[in-house]
Design a protein around this ligand. Structure first.
Ligand code: ADP
Ligand code: MG
Length: 326
């Protein structure tokens, strides 16, 4: 069935069920002019918005509609994770052509709802409009963090260690494997299709007292440069300390590419990069999924990488965007 056949009103009625996963904060969900929700005391509110355009930020070539919804939410949840926050509410707007099959919209919503349910985030409203052309999805997410405890990009301090979560270049590995129609690479293909935001690690890192944090949506090179320039420091990382998955090494070998490039320039891992005082090193080393990859030094603002043969390379924010989907 097409959107124009069921109409926007019926579509909204249809998606309205199963949208509240943390009812304590909700006074009014979908169905009135505005939603109403309660906030807690002694917290700061976080708010962020992200738009994904079909053909630019996602396509159905390598992802099912379910994955598109899943990844849309992961991208938004990741922004809250990067502040060390707890996601709470979302509103989302969809612009779709009226000939769109509502099964596709349903599947995108199923992906969105599964992620919302997992992180206890309520869908409090949105907007549905018709458009001639590709679909546009906009999600606005609201989260909270204990007062004064949000972790900013600008907090890096000289002599901090630099850490990252899990594997980097993981989603880019999966995307390349899909683009080259390679068999195998099953873990990283899922990593591209259904990346997981690091909400819980973000909160733990905040509680530990890390100084600065950023989520990795555009590759490590770009995110480290953002921290370095926001904090007016320089950062040096060790190439061999960057955590890469076995599938990344295998793909790089197969395609004769440099494995570390997937981590530096590959998009959409939604892992976290942070800097922390040296006193936290023992605790960070005890945590699962944390790798320490470098150090914060005094300015000028630059990011450098020491290669295994001890050459020092400057890492620009974006060397190339070969790995970005279009
Ligand atoms: P209004 O004319 O007041 O904007 P709408 O008809 O656009 O009302 O929306 C009715 C209700 O449905 C509102 O609560 C709105 O937030 C919600 N809503 C509309 N579109 C969506 C959507 N795509 N996803 C979730 N909620 C939606
Ligand atoms: Mg409206």
């Amino acid at each position: 069935m097409q959107l124009k056949q069921i109409g926007e009103f019926n579509f909204i009625c249809h998606i309205q069920s199963d949208t509240i996963y943390n009812p304590d904060t909700v006074i009014q969900g979908i169905g009135d002019d505005c939603a109403i929700y309660n906030t807690s005391e002694h917290v700061n509110q976080l708010i962020s918005t992200d738009t994904m355009v079909e053909g630019i930020h996602f396509s159905f070539h390598y992802m099912m509609p379910y994955d598109v919804g899943y990844r849309l939410m992961s991208a938004n949840l990741s922004d809250i994770a990067a502040m060390g926050g707890t996601p709470k509410q979302v509103v989302l707007s969809v612009a779709a052509p009226d000939y769109i099959d509502t099964d596709i919209l349903d599947e995108i919503y199923r992906g969105i709802k599964d992620q919302c349910k997992k992180y206890g985030v309520n869908i409090l409203g949105g907007d549905t409009v018709r458009i001639e052309g590709p679909m546009v999805w906009t999600v606005t997410i609201i989260g909270e963090v204990p007062q004064g405890c949000a972790v900013l990009r600008s907090g890096a301090q000289i002599s901090d260690v630099v850490g990252v979560t899990n594997y980097l270049g993981y989603a880019a590995t999966g995307l390349s494997a899909l683009m080259y129609s390679l068999d195998g690479y099953t873990m990283t293909k899922i990593g591209h299709q259904r990346p997981e935001p690091q909400v819980f690690l973000g909160q733990r890192l905040r509680d530990l007292g890390v100084h600065s944090m950023n989520d990795i949506s555009d590759g490590l090179a770009s995110e480290l440069n953002e921290i370095a320039s926001a904090s007016s420091v320089s950062i040096v990382i060790e190439e061999k300390a960057i955590p890469l998955h076995a599938e990344t090494y295998a793909l790089a070998e197969h395609l004769q590419t440099n494995p570390v490039d997937y981590a530096l320039y590959g998009g959409e891992d939604f892992q976290l990069v942070f800097t922390a005082p040296k006193s936290l090193v023992p605790q960070l080393q005890d945590m699962d999924g944390i790798s320490l990859i470098g150090e914060v030094l005094s300015g000028p603002t630059v990011v450098q990488m020491v290669t295994p043969d001890k050459t020092v390379k400057t890492i620009e924010a974006k060397g190339y965007n070969h790995f970005h989907e279009s």
